[in-house]
Design a protein around this ligand. Structure first.
Ligand SMILES: Cc1ncc(COP(=O)(O)O)c(C=O)c1O
Length: 404
């Protein structure tokens, strides 16, 4: 009775939440999205694709076709076998031979990472990641309160495999999270040798790798190596997406995993969202059937390569020797390392208010218990109009010259 009366009296309206929420903070990315999307802000902050390059007409035609042909395009439905076959073809372009039975269609790479985390992680288990980690990954694993074992990233060759081996000698983490191309945020692509060594370690210690390859198809001409999945289909669990190559709003991505895991992942997937939008799946399949993707990808790569080069030229012009960076072969980011003592997080509010320019500070990518880099900066080049890139970088550089 007393519990009832206290509920009725609203003495204590607080609701008991799961333990992990006590150290959950709202995503800094989400908060920034609001101010950085203001039209007078030149934003290098988020990893958005260029809207003007979305294949809208071709996609509209694909949607019309699937809606006209079959009312079940709007129904619940099993995963599109046509789309799974298309994914097999796409993977071939990445140098991977796989079968449709290995392909789980997801609502984007984010869901792929999330489902794999749920499959592999017990609460409190350890995981191996780099010191800089895509925040969406951190959000996906957060409910499991994992213990991060971080390893450094070589700015040229990628994740430090020797450090990974050090961890594996001591314990058996649930998985290793790695990105082969255009790492978010560091924009490093893993050297062929690094991929081979990491894959061999995964098999030797029987620890799976979650291979997040969302930028794998956005390469700018330099010779690319196949993803780690090509080296080991048993211990590499591959995450792909149409977000960066078609459009994120379609919310279609895929996993390539051993068939026995696919069955378990399908159960998890169903519990999450029943199925990936039937309409989206079918429309993407219809779009791919027209054979338009290769030409679209060529256009996208050209446009992004130009933007990358414009940004690199601007960075060299305005930052000169005050920062160090590399030319990324893949992806949508340029990463800057500044000398110790410069705190990019402290600069960001002024950048937004005074110079109307946005970027992401390195601190956002650090993980619980891992080292926090304060003097790094992630700049996105895919979304900003090319004509605004130089001016935006000039304003950022000017900010470093002016006192707080
Ligand atoms: C490394 C990485 N993984 C996953 C995602 C999520 O992609 P999707 O839109 O396919 O869910 C992103 C998006 O920016 C990303 O950068």
């Amino acid at each position: 009775v007393s519990a009832l009366s206290s509920a009725a009296g609203r003495q204590d309206p607080s609701i008991a939440l799961a333990r992990w929420t006590t150290h959950a903070e709202p995503s800094a990315l989400q908060e920034l999205l609001a101010s950085a999307s203001h039209p007078d802000v030149t934003s290098f902050a988020l990893g958005l694709p260029a809207e003007e390059l979305f294949p809208r007409d071709a996609y509209a035609a694909a949607v019309q076709e699937v809606l006209r042909e079959d009312p079940r395009a709007l129904q619940y439905g099993p995963p599109s076998s046509a789309l799974r076959e298309h994914v097999v073809e796409l993977m071939r372009l990445r140098g991977v031979e796989c079968r449709a039975e290995q392909v789980l269609l997801t609502a984007g790479a984010q869901q792929g990472v999330s489902l794999l985390s749920r499959l592999l992680l017990s609460p409190g288990a350890s995981i191996i990641t780099e010191e800089h980690v895509y925040p969406g990954f951190q959000q996906a694993v957060q409910p499991f309160e994992p213990v991060y074992r971080t390893v450094p990233t070589d700015r040229q060759s990628g994740l430090d495999v020797t450090a990974v081996e050090h961890v594996l000698r001591r314990e058996r983490p649930a998985f290793i999270y790695a990105s082969p191309e255009g790492h978010n945020p560091l924009s490093v692509s893993m050297a062929r040798e690094t991929r081979a060594r990491l894959t061999a370690l995964a098999a030797a210690y029987q620890v799976p790798i979650i291979e997040d390859d969302v930028y794998g198809f956005l390469g700018y001409g330099e010779a690319a190596s196949p993803p780690m999945l090509a080296l080991d289909p048993d211990f590499v669990l591959y995450v792909g997406s149409f977000s960066k190559i078609l459009a994120p709003a379609l919310r279609v991505g895929w996993l390539v995993v051993p068939p026995r895991l696919l069955r378990l992942l399908s159960v998890l997937k169903e519990s999450t969202d029943i199925d990936t939008s039937t309409l989206s799946q079918r429309a993407v399949a219809a779009y791919l059937s027209t054979g338009s993707l290769p030409a679209h990808l060529t256009r996208l790569r050209h446009a992004y390569r130009d933007r990358r080069d414009t940004m690199l030229a601007a960075v060299a012009r305005h930052f000169g020797t005050r920062a160090s960076w590399r030319r990324p072969s893949h992806g949508v980011f340029v990463w800057l390392d500044f000398p110790d003592g410069l705190d990019t997080g402290a600069i960001l509010p002024r950048a937004l208010e005074r110079e109307r320019v946005a970027f992401l500070p390195s601190e956002i990518f650090s993980v619980p218990g891992g080292p926090r880099q304060r003097n790094g900066m992630r700049l996105n080049f895919s979304h900003c109009a090319p004509a605004r890139i130089d001016d935006g970088i000039a304003r950022l550089a000017r900010l470093l010259d002016t006192p707080a």
